[in-house]
Write a protein that binds this ligand. Structure first.
Ligand SMILES: C=CC1=C(C)c2cc3[nH]c(cc4nc(cc5[nH]c(cc1n2)c(C)c5CCC(=O)O)C(CCC(=O)O)=C4C)c(C)c3C=C
Ligand SMILES: [Fe+2]
Length: 435
């Protein structure tokens, strides 16, 4: 992207105004025009992307000179838009999920100031610029698809005197029989999701968000995750999880007519809080994978657990990855080719009255647990306009009879209201906090 794309985007007038300097210019490495890259706009909703060409008119990137950013580094996601960034964009290779609780004594005033600070920081960092008193962690890097997404947990509303504006959708999720939840790593007043295609850019944002919290909020829990790096495969492919499965195939697509209705809260929706228009609800579950057990299972049984081939994600009923599941196909033994307890069968929207969610997870690996097995699995994050029409009915059904249940353990849970994207000049959550 060119530097001029960002002119006029400084956050002057906001608290803790970040310095409007590109991280690369701090090192004096960028010419009048930057590298070729992508700008992903949240405006209008769903990751509209356009290629911005950047001819290096200075010749600075020639032999011996500084190099242009690759498309990985140069890709920028817009902070302002109808929806917050970090929901419909492609999975990034690094992620941090952090929940905060407001500090004792902090209320609505402190929360407003915090969301102003966080928004100003997010805007600057997502543009690949340096905040005030920068740590230098991300020097040299471009925006690298950084997204920073903010949400409110159920407890936020009592602590800020806003109980009358708490959406019913934040009512606690039902208990599921397979839950083994750790309350200290669950829920929280505020939630921040950071994603980037560079580990240092993601960590840089994490530190900035933590420092901005100041005396207003304390970290309740933090989880770190990853996905495959952009460019690691010969062509763009659906991600794999740590069980080796192709994971994400059945996700609703932004091109589908009911995508917006399923994922985002419409303006003027009956019973919805107006400040949530354009927003979405995030369900976050830390799901441990019992990898030692899973990896002992022969391939054909692993495939029956999911109902799809491991090699390419195609349904066991035939076709390729994107072929629809044929749930009525039977083998010569008279049994359903996609077993009754297969994860794909049970979670399919047509088996759940159309219930659908957008899954956007990160894998995690936190070493070896006290039991000697890998503390690894999925930071499952799913997005929907209403958790009672997305996550809850599907998880209820999975809880009753999913073949995958024997190989996973839900260890923590969070439900967060993620407001719509801020308009130019607004901060995230302003319509809730200042209405
Ligand atoms: C309640 C929601 C879900 C949880 C929790 C969940 C956990 C989970 N899933 C996998 C692996 C796969 N899931 C797949 C499909 C799939 N899963 C859910 C929901 C939950 N999964 C849905 C709605 C779907 C899509 C169903 C459809 O549209 O047909 C697949 C198949 C490929 C794909 O469609 O993505 C895999 C593989 C793991 C490992 C896991 C917990 C660790
Ligand atoms: Fe799943």
């Amino acid at each position: 992207m060119t530097e001029s794309d960002n002119s006029g985007n400084s956050d002057s007038g906001r608290e803790s105004t970040p310095v409007d300097i590109s991280r690369r210019r701090l090192l004096g490495t960028v010419g009048a025009a930057g590298a070729t890259g992508l700008v992903i706009g949240a405006a209008g909703g769903v990751g509209i992307s356009s290629v911005v060409s950047g001819d290096d008119t200075t010749g600075a990137s020639g032999a011996g000179g500084p190099q242009a950013l690759t498309s990985v580094g140069a890709t920028e996601v817009m902070f302002h838009g109808k929806h917050q960034a970090g929901i419909t964009e492609p999975l990034q290779s690094r992620g941090h999920l952090i929940a905060f609780d407001l500090a004792p004594g902090a209320g609505r005033k402190e929360a407003m100031a915090l969301l102003r600070r966080w928004s100003a920081t997010a805007k600057v960092l997502m543009a690949g610029k340096a905040p005030a008193e920068d740590t230098g962690i991300a020097l040299d890097a471009g925006p690298s698809s950084l997204t920073i997404t903010f949400g409110f947990g159920r407890t936020f509303f009592d602590r800020t005197g806003l109980a009358s504006r708490r959406p019913g959708q934040l009512d606690p999720l039902p208990a599921f029989s397979s839950d083994a939840l750790d309350p200290r790593r669950s829920e929280g007043d505020l939630w921040v999701q950071i994603g980037a295609d560079d580990a240092l850019v993601a960590f840089h944002a994490l530190r900035a968000v933590q420092k901005d919290a100041g005396d207003a909020a304390r970290v309740r829990w933090q989880m770190n995750g990853f996905n495959r790096s952009a460019g690691a495969t010969a062509k763009p492919m659906t991600a794999r999880n740590l069980m080796g499965q192709v994971d994400g195939t059945g996700n609703p697509k932004p091109t589908e007519p009911d995508f917006d209705r399923r994922i985002f809260v419409p303006a003027g929706a009956t019973g919805a809080q107006e400040w949530m228009a354009g927003g979405s609800y995030a369900v976050v579950r830390r799901i441990r994978m019992l990898l030692d057990d899973w990896e002992k299972l022969p391939l054909d049984r692993q495939e029956k657990v999911i109902g799809r081939r491991k090699s390419d994600g195609a349904p066991l009923s035939g076709g390729s990855e994107t072929t629809e599941l044929d749930l009525n196909k039977f083998g010569t033994d008279g049994k359903a080719v996609i077993p009754d307890n297969a994860h794909s069968r049970i979670s399919a929207p047509k088996q759940n009255g159309g219930a659908a969610m957008l899954r956007r997870p990160f894998s995690f690996h936190d070493g070896i647990g006290p039991d000697g097995t890998p503390d690894a699995g999925l930071l499952f994050v799913c997005w929907q306009a209403d958790p009672l029409r997305g996550f809850v009915p599907v998880q209820r059904k999975l809880d009753r009879g999913d073949a995958l249940s024997a190989f996973i353990r839900h260890e923590s849970s969070g439900l967060f209201a993620v407001p719509g994207g801020p308009a130019e000049g607004e901060y995230v959550g302003q319509r809730l906090l200042e209405a």
